[in-house]
Design a protein. Structure first.
Length: 274
């Protein structure tokens, strides 16, 4: 199952909170080569096998298909965000796209400080954004709901699990949807599949240990293994690159467990585990 980038559930108004990238430039000049689209990754980097990587694919596709100019900068640490955003302002970008909820505060600050530059942010829906900042989100709980339903249909042990990289809204909404999908399966099929790793009512569960949890592959593997040890045989990691650890744990189970990948087609981003 292919699930896309996590985000806080949008309402009907979020799609028009700011202009699209074309209108944001003031005119449709993307084919003229005058439009310059720029991107700043979060600390997971552009090779995270997750939404940084797929966001970069979109930027590269815009360059090849539309002829726009592009620039990008990869963040190595959370402390890099403000500096990297400013470097894109200095590069005279038509629009600057930041990737990830972790960039919310620096992106808001940059957008407010540069009202004549257009910004967009993947995986975030900040409250009262300025006119020059567009959230790029959709209701990811719907896709993870399907994952929870699917996992419930496939489990042999009667237990399925999810875990996150960090306890932030754009991660936990995925975990909410997964658990709700399990609940719906149970109601529809009169079953009693148990979802572990996340408690929707308590809004608490399993997360990859610090530091750099989205990059902590060994931590992701340990977290996944703990859930497997509790009897889960299908996992949904919502942990970026750290989710690779879950795939390692599942592969080492000798076919007793499976995983559903997040943020992209796992058979393309993770062919060794397909």
């Amino acid at each position: 199952m292919s699930l896309s980038a996590c985000a806080q559930a949008p309402d009907a108004s979020t799609g028009s909170s700011a202009g699209s990238s074309t209108s944001a430039a003031g005119k449709d000049n993307s084919n003229s080569g005058e439009f310059k689209a720029c991107m700043v990754s979060d600390s997971a980097g552009f090779n995270d096998k997750s939404f940084n990587e797929t966001s970069l694919q979109g930027l590269n596709k815009a360059a090849s298909d539309l002829g726009v100019k592009t620039a990008k900068v990869e963040s190595k640490d959370d402390k890099d965000y403000a500096t990297n955003l400013q470097s894109m302002v200095d590069a005279k970008c038509s629009i600057i796209i930041s990737v990830g909820f972790l960039l919310e505060k620096p992106t808001l600050a940059a957008a407010k400080a540069n009202p004549n530059v257009k910004f967009a942010i993947v995986d975030d829906n900040p409250a009262n954004p300025p006119e020059n900042l567009k959230p790029l989100i959709f209701n990811t709980a719907q896709s993870s709901f399907e994952a929870g339903y699917l996992a419930s249909a496939l489990t042999k042990t009667g237990k399925v699990a999810t875990f996150g990289g960090m306890k932030i809204p754009t991660v936990t909404i995925f975990m909410d949807g997964f658990s709700q999908g399990v609940d719906y399966y149970n109601k529809q099929k009169h079953k009693s599949v148990q979802a572990i790793g996340w408690d929707v009512k308590k809004q608490d569960g399993q997360f990859v240990p610090q530091p750099n949890p989205f990059q902590n592959v060994s931590g992701g593997k340990a977290t996944a293994q703990a859930l497997l040890n509790q009897g889960a045989d299908i996992l949904l990691p919502v942990a970026g690159n750290a989710g690779n650890g879950a795939l390692q744990a599942v592969k080492s189970s000798g076919g007793k467990a499976n995983a559903i990948w997040v943020d992209g087609d796992g058979c393309k981003t993770q062919p060794a585990y397909c």
